[in-house]
Ligand binder design. Structure first.
Ligand code: FES
Length: 167
C-alpha cells in the first residue's frame, strides 16, 4: 500500500478524517478559493526530477481509480467537484480537474515550464503553478509565463456520477 499523500484546505473535520484514513491515491482537493501549498520558490523544487509515472491501478476508497491512462472519479464521494469552481489534483495520475460551470475540464498537472506536477492553486478561473508562478486557464492555455506552452488537455465524460478522464 502506498503512503497516502493529501493536502487540503477548507475541509470539515469529517472530510479531513476521511482523507487522512482513506485511499492509496495521493489527492489534493480544494473546493473554493485561497489554498496555497508550501512550495513558493524554485530553491525547494527539483525541476530536473522526472515526473512520476502514475500507477496502473488505484485503491478507489477515496472515489478515485486509476487504471492505465484512465482516471475515474466517483462524484458522490468527491462531492466538491460537483460545484462550479471545485477542483482536484490527482497526484498519482498527474491530473488536474476542474468544474467549469457544470462541465469538466481535465489536463496534465505537469507544468510545461519545468515539470512541477503538484504545486497548484486554483482561483479566479485560473490554475497557478506555484513553482515559478505560471498561470493557465481552465483549458490549460497559458495566461502568464514563464511557461509558454499549454497544459495537455484530457477528454472527460460522465455517466451515473462517475467522471471518466482519458489521458
Ligand atoms: S514549473 Fe515553473 S512555473 Fe511551473
Amino acid at each position: 500500500m502506498k503512503k497516502i499523500e493529501t493536502k487540503s484546505g477548507n475541509l470539515s473535520s469529517s472530510r479531513r478524517e476521511f482523507l487522512e484514513k482513506s485511499g492509496s491515491i495521493a489527492v489534493m482537493s480544494i473546493f473554493g478559493l485561497g489554498f496555497f501549498t508550501a512550495c513558493s520558490s524554485s530553491e525547494d523544487m527539483d525541476p530536473q526530477q522526472p515526473p512520476q509515472n502514475p500507477p496502473t491501478s488505484g485503491g478507489g476508497s477515496n472515489g478515485i481509480t486509476i487504471s492505465g491512462n484512465t482516471v475515474r472519479i466517483d462524484l458522490d464521494v468527491q462531492t466538491g467537484l460537483k460545484t462550479a469552481g471545485g477542483w482536484l489534483l490527482v497526484v498519482d495520475a498527474q491530473t488536474l480537474i476542474v468544474n467549469v460551470g457544470g462541465s469538466y475540464s481535465a489536463m496534465t498537472s505537469v507544468c510545461t515550464h519545468s515539470g512541477c506536477d503538484r504545486n497548484w492553486t486554483f482561483g479566479s478561473n485560473k490554475f497557478t503553478c506555484t513553482c515559478h508562478g505560471s498561470e493557465f486557464d481552465t483549458n490549460g492555455n497559458v495566461l502568464k509565463g514563464p511557461a509558454n506552452q499549454a497544459l495537455r488537455s484530457f477528454s472527460t465524460s460522465i455517466n451515473n456520477n462517475i467522471l471518466t478522464i482519458t489521458k
